[in-house]
Design a protein. Sequence first.
Length: 122
Amino acid sequence: MSILHDHPHISPEHRKDWVNAINAPRNFFKHADNDPNGTLEFDEAVNESLLLDAVLLYGTVAQEYLSAASVYMGWFTTKNPGLRGAISGNQVGDYCVRNGISPNDKERFLELIGAKLLVEPA
């Protein structure tokens, strides 16, 4: 199960590349006996997308998001603004955009994990 495979905000012209990137690690290990000397190149961007997929799946199953998961969604959509519309109810992402928080501001995102309430600055 994957929410990201068939997500409506992935454009049709990019869907095949998107699905191939998400499936690459699984396919590599599934077919490892066909190429025992093969290698799998680690791609940080794909890993970030797979983590987002896991966070969204957890929220679907649990019907709620943990604080760290909400902050991850906010960070991901701050880093990838083209995907902001793909996640509804993304309060952390909305807060970060309104307040100009950079996706590179790790300390600020770590602070948001423990925040109980997002208050706009005065």
